[in-house]
Design a protein around this ligand. Structure first.
Ligand code: BG6
Ligand code: MG
Length: 220
C-alpha cells in the first residue's frame, strides 16, 4: 500500500535542472572545456563535486583539489544568483495539485535531493512545509545511484521502502529508487529513464491516481 512519495527536486519539482546546466555550461566555456546537453545528462542527480569531476574529464589540465573546490564554489555562486529569481510561480505544473491530493489522502511526502541548496529552493518556491522529511545529502556516505538517500528519506518518514514511490528526472535517480526497493516514476525520456516502473513525459501527467495504480489500487 502506498504510504509515502519521495521526490527528487531539481527537474521534478522545479526546472532548476536547466539552471544547473546553464551554470556548468558557462563554467566550461570560460575554461575552454567542451560541454554539451548530452554530457549534462550525466550530471543530473550527481553531487556538485562529482559533477565538476565529470566536467573536468575533458580538460587536459591536472586540476588540484584546491582548484576544484574553487571552481565548484564559482559554479555554485552563479547558480545561486539564478536562484534569487525563483518564486512560487516556478513550481512545475501538476506538482502543487499532486502535493494537495497526497496530503488529502494522508500520504506522506519526502525529499531526496542531492542538492545542498534544496532547503533554500523549497523556501523560495513556498512549499517547504509540504515535506515531512528532507534527507540531508551532506550527511550521506554515497550519492545516487546508491539507494542511501531514498532509504534515509523513507526512514525519516517511518515508512518501509516497499510502500514508497520515488519520482525522478535522472537515470542515476531511477537506479537509486530501484536499489532502495521502491517503485520508480520517471519524468523525462525513455532513453534516460527506461528503468522506471512508470514513465511520464511531463509533470502535468503526474496524478495521485497514476501513483496509486502502481500499487494495483484504483483509489476508489
Ligand atoms: C541535484 C542535481 O539535484 O543536485 C545535480 O540534479 C546537482 O545536477 C546536485 O549537481 C547538487 O546540487 P547543488 O545545488 O548542491 O550544487
Ligand atoms: Mg533531478
Amino acid at each position: 500500500q502506498l504510504e509515502a512519495v519521495i521526490f527528487d527536486l531539481d527537474g521534478v519539482i522545479t526546472d532548476t535542472a536547466e539552471l544547473h546546466y546553464q551554470a556548468w555550461q558557462a563554467l566550461a566555456d570560460e575554461l575552454g572545456i567542451p560541454f554539451s546537453r548530452a554530457k549534462n545528462e550525466r550530471l543530473k542527480g550527481v553531487s556538485r563535486k562529482e559533477s565538476l569531476d565529470i566536467v573536468l574529464e575533458d580538460s587536459p589540465l591536472p586540476w588540484t583539489d584546491a582548484e576544484r573546490l574553487a571552481l565548484a564554489e564559482k559554479k555554485n555562486a552563479s547558480y545561486r544568483q539564478q536562484l534569487e529569481q525563483l518564486s512560487p510561480a516556478d513550481v512545475l505544473p501538476g506538482i502543487l495539485e499532486l502535493l494537495d491530493s497526497l496530503a488529502q489522502r494522508g500520504i506522506a511526502c519526502g525529499l531526496a535531493s542531492a542538492s545542498l541548496n534544496a532547503p533554500l529552493i523549497l523556501q523560495r518556491l513556498g512549499i517547504a512545509s509540504r515535506f515531512q522529511a528532507i534527507a540531508d545529502p551532506a550527511a550521506l556516505q554515497k550519492g545516487k545511484p546508491d539507494a542511501e538517500i531514498f532509504l534515509t528519506a523513507a526512514e525519516l518518514l517511518g515508512v518501509p521502502p516497499r510502500n514508497c514511490i520515488g519520482i525522478e528526472d535522472a537515470a542515476a535517480g531511477i537506479a537509486a529508487i530501484k536499489a532502495a526497493g521502491m517503485q520508480a516514476v520517471g519524468v523525462g525520456s525513455p532513453e534516460q529513464l527506461g528503468a522506471a516502473d512508470l514513465l511520464l513525459t511531463s509533470t502535468t501527467e503526474l496524478t495521485v491516481e497514476k501513483l496509486l495504480a502502481l500499487f494495483g489500487d484504483s483509489g476508489q
